[in-house]
Design a protein around this ligand. Structure first.
Ligand code: ADP
Ligand code: ASP
Ligand code: MG
Length: 403
């Protein structure tokens, strides 16, 4: 099939029946222009959050397989209702779950990765009906169990389908006008960025800007799929994300991100000998836990403290692994903190400008904020700080670098 447009609508965009109708009209308009429409949708409004809450009322550590079974239902509601809203206008349409769409994922629940899409069914339906509505965020694994791709994963479903179907366009519709220099709900002076490179958006998103699921940007970059992020509430052009953007007037810092969903774990008084770090981080990696920043403090002869950060929702699992390790190597104690956040500045110019980091640290100092951990890379500088006051810090840092 040619002339395929893939669109994705997020939770707020399909938050109630009225909005669902507006989305239906957008799809119909493009269909009337001769396009074949593949539309990925998220669960309505806060449905996924509510389902998570319910699960934790029943169980304090819900089995991942059942969690996926539960969460995948949210998207099934919105695809059926959206298909009805289109059908009632007199158009052919069909809704499909991830499994029905041939979205095959890895085994692991709650953060599965798409490894293949068998497009036979969707291509057949597309040819026949012209509009296919797909449940985002979900797929099926080898065992034929339903999996989910991690929170915010519908973006990834959309990009993966756009790539597999060789779509001419992939549009991500959300509740803000595009990608901004910071979360516009936190930083009022944040500016819309009309054009961005994959790697900048990937960095912003990985560091806590939840406007796009990081994996979706990786997939788009790998397959050179142009992405457009725009609002479902107006006709503004939004943000175009592509390979390279030439704009000499851009500031060195493109954006500021804040990630409040991190936790810091410390292993105190670890005997200092070769292999101790290896043991800890290989055990964590075996448990499929992603470790972010790592700091090792040497405080006495042959004794170290090792601190690292993980995503807050992996804290319990990470603690369990770390406790076993601490016992094994005779460390003194394992402690953790949840009231921390990671504040980052992102931009392609960061690596070449030595004064950027000192300006960043200075702006935190101006607010009397203590920096707990620092990490830098070519594209970013991150600081772990207390969660209290972190939004204020974000605003201040944004003002210093962007305005
Ligand atoms: P959707 O349900 O459409 O996927 P999300 O809530 O996942 O929507 O993502 C959109 C939200 O991301 C916005 O409402 C905004 O508050 C937040 N956000 C965080 N950082 C940024 C940023 N740099 N640019 C735009 N939005 C951002
Ligand atoms: N509904 C899922 C979530 O809330 C997936 C998504 O919205 O992208 O995380
Ligand atoms: Mg999202």
């Amino acid at each position: 099939v040619k002339n395929i447009i893939v669109q994705k609508y997020g939770g707020t965009s399909v938050g109630d029946i009225n909005r669902l109708r507006k989305v239906a009209n957008r799809i119909i308009k493009l269909r009337n222009e001769g396009n074949y429409m593949v539309v990925v949708v998220s669960a309505m409004g806060k449905t996924t959050d509510d389902l998570v809450k319910m699960a934790y009322e029943v169980h304090d550590n819900p089995p991942s397989r059942e969690m996926d079974m539960l969460l995948a239902t949210g998207e099934q509601i919105s695809i059926a209702l959206l298909a009805m809203a289109i059908e009632v206008e007199g158009y052919d349409v069909i809704s499909l779950t991830g499994a029905q769409c041939g979205i095959q994922t890895t085994e692991n629940h709650k953060k599965a990765r798409i490894h293949k899409i068998n497009t036979e069914r969707i291509e057949r339906e597309l040819k026949e009906k012209g509009i296919v509505i797909v449940a985002g965020f979900q797929g099926i694994n080898e065992n034929k169990d339903i999996t989910t791709l991690g929170r915010g994963g519908s973006d990834t479903s959309a990009v993966a389908l756009a790539v597999a179907l060789n779509a001419k366009q992939c549009e991500i519709y959300t509740d803000v006008d595009g990608v901004y220099t910071a979360d516009p709900r936190v930083v009022k002076s944040a500016k819309l960025i009309p054009e961005m490179e994959y790697k900048e958006v990937l960095e912003l998103a990985s560091l806590g800007a939840r406007v796009l699921h990081p994996r979706s940007i990786e997939l788009a970059e790998k397959n050179k799929m142009k992405l457009v992020v725009r609002s479902s509430f107006n006709g503004n052009p939004g943000t175009t994300i592509k390979e390279d953007v030439r704009n000499m007037e851009r500031s060195v810092v493109t954006g500021v991100s804040l990630d409040e969903d991190i936790a810091k774990i410390s292993v105190l008084e670890v005997p200092d000998k070769p292999g101790t770090a290896f043991k800890l981080f290989s055990a964590l990696s075996e448990a499929n836990i992603h470790v972010d920043m790592i700091v090792q403090n040497v405080h006495r002869n042959a004794i170290n403290d090792i601190s690292f950060t993980v995503a807050e929702d992996e804290l319990n699992e990470a603690l369990a692994v770390t406790e076993i390790y601490a016992h094994d190597v005779n460390a003194n104690e394992v402690t953790y903190e949840e009231n921390v956040a990671k504040l980052s500045i992102v931009g392609t110019g960061i690596v070449a400008n030595t004064d950027i980091s000192s300006k960043f640290f200075e702006s935190l100092y101006e607010l009397g904020i203590n920096i707990r951990m620092i990490s830098t890379s070519e594209l970013k500088i991150s600081c772990v700080i207390d969660i209290e006051g972190s939004k204020e810090a974000m605003n201040h840092v944004h003002k210093k670098f962007i305005g």
